[in-house]
Design a protein around this ligand. Structure first.
Ligand code: DAH
Length: 340
């Protein structure tokens, strides 16, 4: 082969290498030139057909060609790799001046929030926090609480029944008998949770929340109930809170009382929250009726108890200045954000 032809092959290959746009094409050129069946390899093989005196010159020309093509391939490889790197850096570029995405921070819903606050205070006072089923038997919801079948006091709680015996609990008081059956006095429990009644207006929702408290020990008196509730209410609503006992009736307590707290909005002066009275009705309570203790297997000669139960929705509404209970269940993010 003439030297000029070798030169032409060289410039053709180098032009192709220069024009290669990616590593795949470059590799194809390498195979085409230097591979087993490649053009340069074929030339080298042809050397043996030449007369011995021409071989050194031809060999040198082929070596020069191979060297030039290899160098050119290497340079192009470096250039393409560099290009790829720059493209990658460009594509993966982080613009640190770009405004951050608007990630909204969630917050605790007012109901779990009030449950957390109350149970924290109660745990500090030595109470255990318990739970009970929301689908409850007539026995635990009513009969064990001294509310027999067909008793008029059942009318106080407009109950959702599944069958004559199975219902959605209308009061967390249903856990009282369950706990008394399994625990040995003395004990102190609170049970926050969902309760259900067929009732719906600005201050009543068919699903609502209560927290029940029960203390059973020897020598329990109204004074224990009063001091415990005073501490609880002061820690929840503020140290200047006062409480007031009014006589009332519940089948499961004797005597029974209703407990009012001084209005935390106006500190007892009278405002729209407390409808000018300075006080808010908050809970029912009393000394556990000995019949209730006996039904659950507790010796009422030896032990006495006090119990209390209150609405958590109402408590949360007072704490957060919410005037319609439905706001607690609509899950409107604009409303919930104000509760943070
Ligand atoms: N369970 C009552 C209700 O839902 C509230 C209540 C009153 C609970 C007095 C008590 C209690 O434990 O002693 O209206």
């Amino acid at each position: 082969m003439e030297n000029t032809e070798i030169k032409r092959l060289q410039s053709e290959l180098i032009a192709e290498i220069d024009a290669a746009k990616d590593l795949k094409t470059l590799n194809e050129i390498r195979v085409k030139a230097l591979g087993k069946a490649g053009a340069i390899t074929a030339l080298s093989k042809g050397m043996r057909d030449l007369p011995a005196e021409e071989r050194p010159v031809f060999g040198a020309q082929i070596n020069q060609l191979r060297g030039a093509v290899e160098e050119s391939l290497q340079n192009k490889l470096n250039a393409l790799e560099q290009e790829n790197l720059l493209r990658q850096l460009e594509e993966e570029k982080v613009d640190i001046t770009e405004p951050a995405k608007d990630n909204k921070l969630g917050s605790v819903h007012p109901i779990p929030d009030v449950i957390d606050r109350l149970t924290d205070i109660c745990v500090d006072m030595g109470f255990s926090v318990v739970e009970g089923p929301e689908i409850e038997s007539d026995y635990y919801n009513f009969e064990a609480m001294n509310i027999p079948k067909n008793h008029p006091s059942r009318d106080m709680q407009d109950t959702f029944f599944f069958t004559d015996e199975i219902l959605l609990r209308s009061q967390t008081s249903a856990v009282q008998a369950r706990e008394m059956e399994t625990r040995k006095p003395p004990f102190k429990i609170v049970c926050p949770g969902k309760t259900y009644r067929n009732d719906s207006d600005a201050t009543h929702s068919p699903v609502f929340h209560q927290m029940e408290g029960l203390v059973v020990d020897e020598n329990i008196s109204m004074a224990d109930l009063k001091s415990m509730l005073t501490i609880l209410m002061r820690r929840l609503f503020g140290e200047d809170t006062t409480i007031r006992f009014r006589p009332s009736f519940f089948p499961f307590t004797e005597p029974s009382i209703e407990v009012d707290v001084s209005c935390p909005s106006c500190h007892g002066k009278g405002c729209s929250t407390c409808k000018g009275t300075g006080m808010l009705e908050l809970l029912g309570a009393g000394i556990v009726n000995p019949k209730v203790l006996e039904m659950s297997g507790i010796d009422s000669k030896k032990y006495r108890g006090f119990a209390f139960g209150f609405g958590l929705d109402r408590t949360s509404m007072i704490l957060n200045g919410i005037n319609n209970i439905r706001n607690l269940y609509r899950n409107d993010v604009r409303f919930l954000e104000q509760m943070k």
